[in-house]
Design a protein around this ligand. Structure first.
Ligand code: SF4
Ligand code: FES
Length: 247
């Protein structure tokens, strides 16, 4: 396939960015999107130009690093996949592909397609944990019986990889799906109850402090989430917050 790429180039966080056109040729439909970007960067390095900066790590849908907005969709046109799992067979010979960073005030651009998502880390640090004494003999993981339904729901919530596609997709730049998933993975389990009230209040306070917007129930986040995190987690987040306020 021969393709035209329109890519956001921005030297650093304070520079004014712009879209720049590139051509790539002989792209195999079996390549991943990031492999196609590697081909472009080899081309740019070969001609003495600055390669396009983009985030990636695992390249198998686990780490949540590959934050690209492709043809107006977070992680591109496929469903249930991250950018690194997106294959070039989703495109046609002669296509023009627009590639931008995830855009949100709380995700400032560092360079080109790389954004700073440490706001997510700070939300997680505000309460996304349980406190367990691990000195001496640790308790067997299976010592507390948990219903299959709750275990499954908690596991589903825990599959959130913190990629930020929900924020980039939301017209309000809301992080409620991410925070809902991170609160739910503990709220559904007995181990998460002791710190439940502090957790939800601190994580929501940090979310607001970071400048994420409010949820207005458009549901766009759920559609673009590569891990299929359900809107039910936002409802649970709101219930947990109300329970904490009453407490
Ligand atoms: S909820 Fe989905 S889209 Fe949002 S950070 Fe988690 S995995 Fe990414
Ligand atoms: S590079 Fe890790 S999820 Fe895409």
């Amino acid at each position: 396939m021969n393709l035209t790429l329109k890519i956001w180039r921005q030297k650093d966080s304070s520079a004014k960015g712009q879209m720049v056109d590139y051509k790539v040729t002989d792209i195999s439909e079996h390549m991943s999107f990031l492999e196609m970007m590697d081909v472009l960067n080899e081309q740019l390095v070969g001609s003495g130009d600055d390669p396009v900066a983009f985030d990636h790590d695992c390249r198998e849908g686990i780490c949540g690093m590959c934050s690209m907005y492709i043809n107006g969709e977070a992680h591109g046109p496929d469903r249930g996949v991250t950018t690194c799992q997106l294959h070039m067979r989703m495109f046609k010979d002669g296509d023009t592909i627009t590639i931008e960073p995830f855009r949100a005030a709380a995700f400032p651009v560092i360079k080109d397609l790389v954004v700073d998502r440490t706001s997510f880390e700070r939300i997680q640090q505000a309460g996304g944990y349980i406190s367990v004494n691990t000195s001496g003999n640790t308790q067997d993981a299976n010592a507390i019986p948990i219903s299959k339904h709750d275990a499954d729901e908690a596991m589903d919530a825990a599959t959130c990889i913190g990629c930020g596609a929900c924020v980039a997709t939301c017209k309000n730049s809301s992080a409620m799906l991410f925070v809902g998933a991170k609160v739910s993975q503990y709220a559904l389990l007995p181990q998460g109850q002791v710190e439940a009230a502090d957790r939800v209040q601190n994580m929501v306070a940090q979310m607001d402090l970071e400048g994420f917007g409010n949820c207005t129930n458009t549901g766009a986040c759920e559609i673009e989430c590569p891990k299929g995190i359900s809107l039910d987690n936002i409802a649970r987040l709101n219930r947990e917050l109300m329970k904490a306020a009453v407490k």
